[in-house]
Ligand binder design. Structure first.
Ligand SMILES: Nc1ncnc2c1ncn2[C@@H]1O[C@H](COP(=O)(O)OP(=O)(O)OP(=O)(O)O)[C@@H](O)[C@H]1O
Length: 254
């Protein structure tokens, strides 16, 4: 069953050239869809359009069959909960002046404590923060610390905990491990995989690195110059009819 349907979207900044050109895909429930492509091809722009940080110029975005592309910011509010993101740099994502507990609770509070939860249970701020920290395999004692008192890997786990706190249907992961060392990268990817299975969230996993995308995704899209030039099931990666650009990426991977 599809959770997000993106059809023929176009996006440009100001009077520049199209950064996204005729991008279409669907995201299936509980699956991870990978998006790979070189720097500057438009991956983060696509993420920002899906998060409604940037408007699209043409096309449509349907969340569980409801069109989101033509909604006002006010009428988008209930849907924002369902599409959350984890971005590249956890230090920039966490407010340095807030204790971890307050960063963790921010989305739940933004939705007025009204988010109906299935996996987590809100009884008190402290207890909720402990459940979230436990989900990302961090000790509850970190709740009282400030971001500068955590390692990069711990900070990224906190941003993941915060993103899943309101149990979104979709999590956009834009290069979530690129600022981490190799060991932390592997453990964060393992954690994300486990959480997808536990929570039933759909992921859009964005990276310039095909090996990471391959490890995480059931389906893979390849972007070049703002277009999706290839789109296939993971098992079809080595099929002979792959796009020449995909073949270039595979050659780098081998
Ligand atoms: N706010 C903006 N205003 C104008 N141009 C922009 C803006 N954001 C991105 N661009 C341009 O759009 C194109 C796509 O950028 P985008 O950040 O989406 O690529 P990307 O594939 O995510 O790259 P990277 O992997 O390096 O993050 C680039 O040419 C970039 O310079």
């Amino acid at each position: 069953m599809s959770v997000l349907e993106v059809s023929h979207i176009y996006k440009k900044y100001g009077h520049g050239a199209d950064v996204l050109q005729d991008v279409s895909f669907t995201m299936e429930k509980k699956q991870c869809l990978g998006l790979v492509g070189e720097s500057g091809c438009g991956k983060s722009t696509l993420a920002r359009c899906l998060l409604h940080i940037e408007p699209i110029d043409q096309g449509s975005i349907l969340f569980e069959n409801t069109p989101l592309h033509n909604k006002s910011q006010r009428s988008l509010r209930p849907y924002r909960r369902h599409i959350q993101a984890v971005l590249q740099n956890p230090s920039a994502a966490l407010n340095p002046k807030l204790k971890i507990i307050d960063s963790l609770l921010d989305p739940y509070r933004q939705f007025g404590g009204q988010a109906k939860l299935n996996h987590f249970h809100y009884t008190s701020a402290r207890n909720f923060a402990s459940q979230l920290l436990e989900a990302v395999e961090l000790p509850a004692s970190l709740a009282e610390r400030y971001p500068h008192e955590l390692s990069g890997g711990q900070k990224q786990r906190v941003t993941i905990a915060r993103a899943i706190s309101i149990e979104p249907a979709i999590l956009i992961l834009d290069e979530p491990t690129s600022s981490l060392d190799v060991l932390s990268q592997a453990s964060v990817l393992r954690l994300l995989n486990g959480l997808r299975e536990q929570l039933g969230t759909s992921y859009l996993f964005i990276s310039h690195d095909l090996s990471g995308v391959y490890a995480m995704s059931q389906r893979i899209m390849v972007m070049q110059g703002g277009k999706i030039v290839d789109h296939f099931e993971k098992e079809e990666l080595l099929a002979s009819d792959r796009h020449p650009y995909t073949q270039e990426l595979i050659a780098m991977f081998e």
